[in-house]
Design a protein around this ligand. Structure first.
Ligand code: NAD
Length: 591
């Protein structure tokens, strides 16, 4: 669910335009201003970058227009706040003490969010978070331990049995709309917080924040669809079904889309009437904690949303096994999902899993390359490849192979990689140096397996966790680089002879999350949509997600669907009620 696959819709721009209000404490959260000289230098630098800028890659026309609009707004923002600097400069100024070590988010420490308020962790653990793009200090964040999880589950249970359980659907809907409005009103702060915390390009994060608001809005409306049904079964019996919230939901999300994953999880749970204890990744809890604060501000009762950042194997595992938890919803790696499934087996906990992917992108010789090449670049390098739906296996029909590899590599090499806070940046940093080492290790494995590195393939120097867009050609589908989720800006390009072989290679992987097909033959597009085993298929379009449409995996990419009516069902129990309408004795054995 690459965010930009969600970004290229008018609705997001509209959402942003709706809410011009700044947060009340905007002054406190503003970026430090620079001296006049520094400001002038930056203006010059921004002008130069704008002149040099390429047209955005990988988007259809409507999407490109939106991105241009985004850029304009971001430039406005930048001029207003003077927040765009080359990443090295940013880093240098901070290290030299010219910029304070703290920026928008570092004005405060982040506690846990339990029972409607920010609290100190019983664990006593507070971690220093750094910006992956610069290595500079970012914020301090509290980490939850077992006692904190106990407290959060207790608060969630009390809210379920208390105020939230008594809140009627129309009021839940109003509150979700209010939370969407609050996210829009605070979008600048949330966008900057997320960009600094994750290192992703601000142009992407802007869309992800907007779509998070949109997601709450969609579920606010979808509440109206929650209903049982009456079924005529004859005789003097009335039979109907009731939909009831599953109860307390434990939700665990990864670091790659913190706010969007939290919105995907929280909104359907609250729509269904559940209460939540959500564990973000310990490295990226900041926007999720702000969303919880906003939830309280708009009037969502205490205990409905609880946020407990912490380590997976300890805090996460404890939360999953907590006897007060009725349902577990997990997004993350297949290995962790498998472990969580084991933990849920004995108590037979309700479970949904959104896991990894190694998604194919099939390019047939009859494809329109003017769309297929830039869109294929976009589909792998969005979020620096740190997306579950990254189309990381590009399969190309043999006669087109060399031309496609050249054109793809040239386009990838032109991407703007750099300061995540620069509005022109298309790819920011990876989440950490450690993750970059892992990505590079897999590229090295590819080299040893016989893959040819056409572009990229070496970590970028400097403090930030940057890795260039990398293309591996001459890849066979059996190689580790074609089978394992690299979760970085690395694509493998594999040739195929005909349609049957394309389908075979596309399906020859343990995952089945998304796929894209490029062909000018509509019949082939529909044929492949049925033959490829994955939860989402795009035909001549890189998009994978939109509020209201199911997103999820086949095979080891998990089970359950996000973003849709199917998701609400995962938070509901269905109860069947039989009622005698009288008229004859109820005495089955004639006793
Ligand atoms: P991860 O599995 O290491 O961690 C995900 C979350 O699980 C984190 O919050 C982590 O702290 C927690 N966790 C780790 N071990 C745990 C345990 N034993 N018990 C409970 N919780 C535990 O994954 P990651 O590296 O953070 O995220 C990347 C993975 O997520 C990739 O595989 C990616 O494809 C997947 N992902 C999937 C989707 C989707 O919708 N299918 C979306 C985003 C990311």
């Amino acid at each position: 669910m690459e965010g930009a696959h969600l970004v290229d819709v008018d609705v997001h721009e509209d959402a942003l335009e709706d809410g011009e209000a700044e947060q009340e404490d905007g002054q406190q959260h503003r970026l430090p201003r620079k001296s006049a000289d520094e400001g002038e230098d930056d203006q010059e630098e921004r002008g130069r970058r704008k002149d040099e800028s390429e047209h955005p890659v990988g988007l259809d026309r409507g999407a490109a227009e939106n991105v241009e609009a985004d850029k304009e707004e971001l430039h406005d923002d930048a001029e207003e706040e003077e927040d765009c600097q080359p990443v090295e400069e940013h880093s240098r100024l901070r290290h030299a003490g010219i910029l304070p070590p703290m920026a928008v988010v570092t004005q405060r420490e982040f506690g846990l969010f339990i029972d409607g308020e920010t609290v100190e962790p019983a664990s006593g653990e507070v971690r220093e978070l750094t910006e992956p793009a610069t290595g500079a200090p970012l914020a301090k964040a509290a980490m939850a331990g077992e006692a904190d999880v106990d407290r959060a589950v207790e608060a969630a249970r009390a809210a379920l049995e208390g105020p939230w359980g008594k809140t009627p659907p129309n009021e839940r809907s109003r509150l979700l709309h209010a939370l969407a409005d609050a996210i829009v009103a605070n979008r600048k702060e949330l966008t900057e917080l997320e960009t600094r915390n994750v290192g992703k390009a601000v142009s992407s994060v802007k869309g992800e924040v907007a779509v998070s608001a949109e997601n709450f809005r969609w579920y606010a409306s979808a509440i109206a669809s929650i209903a049982g049904r009456t079924t005529p079964i004859g005789g003097s019996i009335l039979a109907y079904t009731l939909k009831e919230p599953v109860g307390v939901a434990a939700q665990i999300v990864p670091w790659n889309y913190p706010i969007m994953m939290a919105a995907w999880k929280l909104a359907p749970a609250l729509a269904a009437g559940c209460t939540v204890v959500l564990k973000p990744d310990p490295a990226t809890p900041l926007t999720v904690l702000r969303v919880a604060e906003l939830a309280a501000e708009v009037g969502i009762p205490a205990g409905v949303v609880n946020i407990v950042p912490g380590d997976g194997p300890t805090t996460g595992s404890y939360l999953v096994q907590h006897p007060g938890v009725d349902k577990v919803a997990f997004t993350g790696s297949t290995a962790t999902g498998s472990e969580i499934m084991r933990l849920c087996a004995e108590p037979v906990k309700r479970l949904s899993l959104e896991l990894g992917g190694k998604s194919p992108n099939l390019v047939f010789a009859d494809a329109n390359l003017a769309d297929a090449v830039p869109s294929s670049v976009y589909a792998i390098y969005y979020a620096a490849g740190q997306s579950c739906d990254a189309r990381s296996r590009v399969l190309v029909e043999r006669p087109l192979y060399d031309e496609f590899v050249n054109s793809f590599s040239e386009t990838a090499a032109k991407m703007k990689v750099g300061d995540p806070l620069d509005a022109e940046t298309q790819m920011g940093s990876l989440i950490s140096q450690a993750h970059r080492d892992k990505v590079h290790g897999l590229v090295e494995t590819g080299r040893k397996e016989g893959a040819e590195v056409i572009t990229g393939g070496e970590p970028t120097d400097g403090d930030g966790a940057f890795y260039p867009p990398t293309v591996l050609a001459g890849v066979e589908n059996r190689m580790a680089v074609a089978q394992e989720e690299i979760f970085g800006p690395v694509v493998t390009v594999i040739p195929f002879e005909d349609e049957a072989e394309a389908v075979r290679i596309a399906n020859d992987v343990k995952y089945g999350l998304t796929a894209t097909v490029w062909t000018s033959d509509p019949g082939r597009g529909h044929r492949l949509a049925r033959q490829i085993k994955s939860g989402v298929i795009g035909i001549n379009l890189p998009n994978t997600a939109f509020p209201g449409l199911p997103f999820g995996g086949y095979k080891q990419s998990g089970f359950g669907r996000e973003g849709s009516l199917e998701t609400i069902e995962m938070y509901l129990e269905t109860k069947t009620v039989f009622v005698s309408t009288g008229g004859k004795p109820v005495n089955p054995w004639g006793l």
